[in-house]
Design a protein around this ligand. Structure first.
Ligand SMILES: [Zn+2]
Length: 555
């Protein structure tokens, strides 16, 4: 983007910086094709936190693809992992028998018993979930829906298909042939000494179908010997079966810490970041790096250690069923604004998001400002403009008027306010079709925010009964409130701005604005702070205003 001459040269957006770093690294190592990947075990509803990795990788891949369309972008679901715990929303009775089995071999739950709220879902959406072939796919669908809504376009890979297709065979053999090197890595990197008889592989028991309970006891270069142990883990019971089987073609999988770099090796991944939890010294990312270099003989993929996203208020929201899972979270905003949350914040900073505070209106404001910077309607940090550009799901739109979210949220609660007139006035000209569409769209999200999360000052309903807090009002404040009601009654067609100005003057010339506005909030809402008072007064019926004056006089 071109900076205006008067502005100092600003540093590029972090995604662009990251992409140039990757390309430099690629050239240095002589890597032919870039392959960006991320992965996840679909063991139940996927939490919002997991969105950060998907968005980050999608963004990196897209910025790279602008320069080289051959860059590959994938997302792997580790569906061969065992079921090793049961989410609270699933019935133990239904799933006890499946504990320890690979997730792709476990039946999908019914919609009703899945822990996902389908009350708002369309028939088409329900049909899609009903077609999930297994447990892993059912919850993966839920997560895929969420990230695709934010414009992520990774190619989905099911890990069990990689194993079954034989694509992992060569890597499995390397892993089993190099047990001593692996043990050395565990010792050196994680300070962990493995037992004499250790192999980085788990078989799906031929008798009971469990994978979490088996232990490999030998490898002869062609077949492995294994036991399905009763008490290997405390979350599943093995059947005691002993067998000998080839480890190739999907009969089992590599242990997690080996499985990760083995996937990279088998499909050629060379860019994969990891959350900070994996990136501590001696953690799984360090282990994977050592295995790439010492066992699998591939370059350690370019790493991007990224920070958390903290979503607060889950306890409050879970009762309403909003904002707990990734899918529910993305429904709080239009897709490009949800995406903006991730493109705007540097991957190295924590995203601390609480829908109960002003996080949502603030996000809309930052997005709108980014748009104006991008459209050259406002000067500012070009990175914010670039974040707006990178947030678009479709083509980047040309300049148009964006109605401010927090004003919309307030004004739409006033039946007397015509939103189109109001915002056209601010814009200074008539709304276009695109702007009408934007207003309608934002209204939908403002309603969700007001109904579920907005701080009380954004909820305008005056209380029908005298609030206890009104006892705090001084006699001057009571008198002032009466004057405000008289002022309002003195004219029929107040515009909110006019009335606001009149109240302001009245307060300034009597008890002062602070005490004056406080009087209105205390009398009608029982709070010391509130929305613009004129709007509050105008949204209160004349009967209630008269009644309140009478009640206050009796204090
Ligand atoms: Zn068994």
């Amino acid at each position: 983007m071109n900076n205006k001459n008067s502005q100092p040269l600003q540093s590029p957006h972090w995604a662009d910086k990251l992409a140039s770093g990757i390309i430099k690294w690629q050239k240095k190592l002589g890597i032919k094709n870039l392959h960006v990947d991320d992965m996840k075990t679909p063991s139940g509803r996927v939490h919002t936190g997991a969105l950060r990795g998907v968005l980050l990788h999608d963004l990196i891949a897209k910025v790279l693809q602008k320069q080289d369309p051959k860059v590959i972008s994938t997302y792997i679901f580790n569906d061969m992992d065992p079921m090793d715990g049961l989410p609270t929303y699933l019935s133990r009775e239904d799933y006890e028998q499946h504990m320890g089995k690979p997730l792709y071999k476990i039946p999908a739950p019914s919609l009703k018993k899945s822990g996902i709220d389908f009350t708002q879902a369309s028939e088409e959406e329900k049909e899609k979930y009903s077609q999930a072939k297994n447990f892993a796919q059912f919850y993966a669908f839920d997560f895929i829906n969420a990230f695709q809504r934010l414009g992520c376009e990774q190619k989905i890979i099911w890990s069990h298909e990689l194993y079954e297709s034989g694509q992992m065979d060569k890597t499995i053999k390397i892993a089993l042939d190099n047990v001593d090197k692996m043990k050395k890595i565990y010792h050196e990197i994680a300070d962990y000494d493995l037992p004499e008889n250790w192999y980085p592989f788990q078989v799906i028991c031929e008798k009971c179908g469990k994978i979490g309970t088996t232990l490999v006891t030998n490898w002869d270069g062609e077949k492995i010997t294994y036991e399905c142990q009763h008490d290997k883990v405390n979350w599943a019971k093995g059947c005691g079966h002993q067998g000998k089987i080839s480890p190739f073609g999907g009969t089992g999988k590599l242990l997690w810490k080996v499985d990760w770099p083995a996937h990279w090796t088998s499909i050629g991944v060379n860019v994969e970041g990891a959350g900070k939890d994996h990136s501590s010294a001696g953690g799984s990312r360090d282990m994977a790096k050592a295995m790439c270099e010492q066992v699998f003989d591939i370059p350690n993929p370019f790493d991007v250690p990224y920070e958390w996203i903290l979503i607060r208020g889950a306890k409050m929201s879970s009762s309403k069923g909003v904002g707990t899972s990734a899918k529910e979270f993305v429904e709080l905003f239009p897709p490009e604004i949800g995406r903006f949350l991730f493109t705007y914040t540097h991957y190295n900073s924590v995203i601390d998001f609480d829908p109960r505070t002003m996080s949502i209106p603030d996000l809309f404001d930052s997005y709108d400002q980014g748009a104006r910077i991008f459209w050259k309607k406002e000067e500012g940090d070009q990175r914010q403009g670039r974040a707006f550009e990178l947030s678009q799901i479709n083509d980047v739109p040309g300049a148009y008027f964006l109605p401010r979210f927090r004003d919309l949220a307030l004004w739409m609660q006033h039946p007397e306010i015509n939103l189109i007139d109001k915002f056209s006035e601010i814009k200074g000209s008539e709304f276009t079709k695109q702007e009408l569409e934007e207003l309608k769209n934002r209204k939908h999200y403002a309603q969700i925010w007001v109904d579920n999360y907005a701080p009380e000052e954004y909820q305008l309903t005056p209380l029908q009964e005298l609030p206890i807090e009104a006892q705090k009002m001084s006699s001057e404040q009571i008198e002032f409130f009466q004057k405000v009601v008289e002022l309002k009654n003195s004219k029929n067609n107040w515009s909110p701005q006019e009335l606001q100005q009149a109240i302001y003057e009245l307060a300034k010339n009597s008890i002062g604005t602070k005490l004056g506005f406080e009087a209105i909030y205390l009398a009608l809402l029982g709070k010391q702070f509130g929305p613009k008072s004129a709007w509050l007064i105008l949204s209160t019926t004349p009967t209630l205003l008269t009644k309140r004056v009478a009640q206050l006089k009796e204090i």
